[in-house]
Design a protein around this ligand. Structure first.
Ligand SMILES: NC(=O)c1ccc[n+]([C@@H]2O[C@H](COP(=O)([O-])OP(=O)(O)OC[C@H]3O[C@@H](n4cnc5c(N)ncnc54)[C@H](OP(=O)(O)O)[C@@H]3O)[C@@H](O)[C@H]2O)c1
Length: 214
């Protein structure tokens, strides 16, 4: 994947980490928000990154990453315009976290459905790959953990799209574990809870998953 345009939907830490990572790979990146003006400083200080509305950002990217609040992801996709996702590889890094009952959060969908599956249903023409949802954003790019490269768990229906996302993960220092179709997002979103609960109980947020093989 050389010199593609990337649209990152989301102005939070996850969106910024992905935007920095893609710019670091030499891609042209647009990062999106309902209020792009708040990203002006970030865009100015990050080479290769510009800011735009969700719609401008989705239209810009050959590849799109979704990094929006779980409960607002449908709304963000509507604002971005579903036609702007047609045929594109879409990284879905969201988690369906419900903080309404305080900490720890709960999943607002699971077991028989997932946010990843919803994103794929809202964007039937897109090639959605659930990924980057099972680790904190500080470790997305070159995690460099003492125990060796962690594994990024990915799920999606399109083999070629998963290959592209796997290449990105490899460039950023990850092993990759493909767990099947987009319905496997149910389990990857539950894994996020394992990551969060361990962080909350240990008071440390520097962990990542790795599958060990004999
Ligand atoms: N924190 C982590 O390290 C981590 C790791 C992996 C996955 N995740 C997941 O990644 C996603 C992003 O997390 P985050 O912490 O970076 O940011 P966040 O606060 O969860 O989401 C921020 C984004 O959501 C958008 N948003 C919020 N309410 C909206 C609404 N009503 N309509 C449309 N858009 C709305 C915001 O838009 P504006 O820009 O317009 O404000 C912003 O772009 C979440 O789903 C999270 O669970 C987080």
């Amino acid at each position: 994947m050389t010199n593609v345009t990337v649209g990152v939907l989301g102005s939070g830490d996850v969106g910024k980490a992905l935007a920095r990572g893609f710019a670091g790979l030499g891609h042209q990146v647009k990062i999106g928000s309902r209020s792009p003006e708040k990203l002006a400083d970030f865009a100015k200080e990050t080479k290769g990154v510009s800011a735009g509305t969700f719609e401008e950002t989705a239209a810009f990217g050959d590849l799109i990453a979704i990094a929006t609040l779980g409960t607002a992801t449908e709304e963000a996709i509507k604002l971005a315009g579903t036609k702007n996702f047609e045929g594109k590889v879409v990284i879905d890094a969201t988690n369906p976290l419900d903080f309404s009952g305080g900490m720890p959060p709960k999943l607002f969908v699971g077991h028989t459905d997932s946010l990843g599956e919803r994103v794929q249903r809202w964007l039937p023409g897109a090639r959605v790959v659930k990924s980057f949802n099972t680790v904190g954003n500080a470790f997305f790019v070159h995690p460099d953990l003492p125990g060796g490269p962690p594994d990024m768990f990915i799920a999606g229906n399109d083999a070629e799209a998963k290959k592209i996302v796997a290449q990105i993960c490899t460039h950023w220092g990850w092993g990759v574990i493909d767990v099947g179709g987009i319905e496997s997002s149910r389990y990857l979103e539950a894994m996020c809870m394992v990551w969060v609960l361990h962080g909350a109980l240990s008071g440390s947020w520097t962990h990542a998953f790795k599958m060990l093989h004999k």
